[in-house]
Design a protein around this ligand. Structure first.
Ligand SMILES: NC(=O)C1=CN([C@@H]2O[C@H](COP(=O)(O)OP(=O)(O)OC[C@H]3O[C@@H](n4cnc5c(N)ncnc54)[C@H](OP(=O)(O)O)[C@@H]3O)[C@@H](O)[C@H]2O)C=CC1
Ligand SMILES: CC(C)(CO)C(=O)C(=O)O
Length: 326
């Protein structure tokens, strides 16, 4: 079973290293100094939870054409990086290839096989010009919610901080062979990869946090523990989450927990600087469209008012533009 991880930075590097350690036939697409370091020395994976530090030989490439058709292409790029590279991924895609979308935010395939009047709706905020919808085709897609936290600490070195769950799910909720086979391969690599019948419910619980905590942290430079307990910013997060909940419930989502519990969960993570704050600090493009703009777009689609989301989106977009990152 040939697996390619496209965009093997923090998350893709972690997943790729675990798969390679387990003997899977895996290759990684990366670029720049990180690619050069992995080519020269292998991929060093430091796992904080277990205290392990191992350098794994990995097959890496910048050009997908070197790797050929795959059974699975796991996309772990930042959301905004995916549409422009769809053409470059084509050599990896054959008739039986499954594309696994391991990207935060509302996935571009959200309305595929959802049923009802919104079936097939495209989302301009995450898939401008329908690049993924037409370039991959929604029938190839297997959804994934990424829970681990990891970082590229220097080229060729990935530090895994916590978590090992990659929930998988078919857009139609079925327990397909392709989902089961990937789940087994990931489990053999020591990762948790349950196949979920209602992945969209999980997407929203994760998205609740990214939608609100990430831009609030980029605007305030506060860590999660602080922004989730300060009464003012907690109130802003709550207002954004309640708007998101109203949208999601119109789309049939059932939340297993309430907003207060989700905010408590964020606070419990501790003094974490969200990925959006890290991106701002490091001068990297921020995932504003996928995490916040997409929910605003869903608000328009479902005719749901989003005043708090609109305000925070306006502020964080301008913050990013002023920094030259959006
Ligand atoms: N890191 C984390 O803890 C978590 C991340 N996520 C989500 O997972 C997704 C991936 O995030 P993360 O792993 O942090 O991101 P990274 O930036 O660490 O990884 C993406 C990698 O893809 C590379 N890349 C970009 N464009 C190309 C290209 N055209 N060809 C080859 N390589 C390319 C990047 O290189 P370059 O650096 O040169 O741009 C980078 O190394 C995001 O949606 C994120 O929100 C979810 C949960 C936790
Ligand atoms: C903030 C957190 C931990 C969850 O919302 C996250 O996923 C991020 O930093 O992007």
């Amino acid at each position: 079973m040939k697996i390619c991880v496209f965009g093997a930075g923090a998350i893709g590097g972690y997943m790729g290293a675990k798969l390679a350690q387990a003997g899977a036939e895996v290759s990684l697409v990366a670029r720049g100094p990180h690619l050069a370091a992995m080519k020269a020395r292998g991929l060093r994976l430091i796992e904080e939870e277990t205290g392990t530090d191992e350098t794994v030989p990995v097959r890496v490439a910048e050009d997908a054409a070197e790797l050929g058709e795959q059974d699975y292409v796991i996309v772990t790029l930042k959301a905004h990086s995916v549409p422009p590279v769809v053409p470059k991924m084509q050599p990896l895609i054959g008739e039986g290839t499954t594309i696994v979308s391991g990207v935060n935010g509302v996935p571009w395939w959200y309305f595929h096989k959802i049923g009802g009047p919104l079936e097939g709706t495209r989302l301009a905020s995450v898939d401008p010009g329908d690049a993924q919808w037409t370039g991959f085709g929604p029938n190839r897609v297997l959804g994934c919610v990424v829970y681990p936290a990891a970082e590229v600490v220097e080229p060729g070195v990935v530090k895994h901080i916590e978590g090992n769950r990659f929930s998988l799910g078919e857009p139609d909720g079925s327990k397909s062979d392709r989902a089961t086979r990937l789940s087994q391969a990931l489990a053999a690599a020591g990762l948790k990869a349950p196949v979920r019948p209602k992945l969209r419910d999980e997407i929203w619980v994760k998205l609740w946090g990214n939608l609100s905590f990430n831009p609030i942290s980029a605007l305030t430079h506060a860590t999660l523990d602080v922004l989730c307990t300060d009464p003012g910013t907690r109130g802003v997060a709550r207002a954004m989450m309640l708007e998101a909940q109203a949208i999601a419930e119109k789309l049939g989502v059932k939340f297993p927990i309430d907003v207060e519990r989700r905010i408590e969960g964020g606070a419990a993570v501790g003094a974490h600087r969200t990925s959006m704050l890290q991106d701002l600090d490091l001068g990297r493009p921020m995932e504003i469209d996928a995490l916040v703009g997409s929910v605003q777009e869903l608000g328009r689609i479902t005719d749901t008012p989003t005043p708090a989301i609109d305000t925070v989106l306006a502020l964080v977009s301008l913050r990013a533009r002023v920094a030259g990152l959006y």
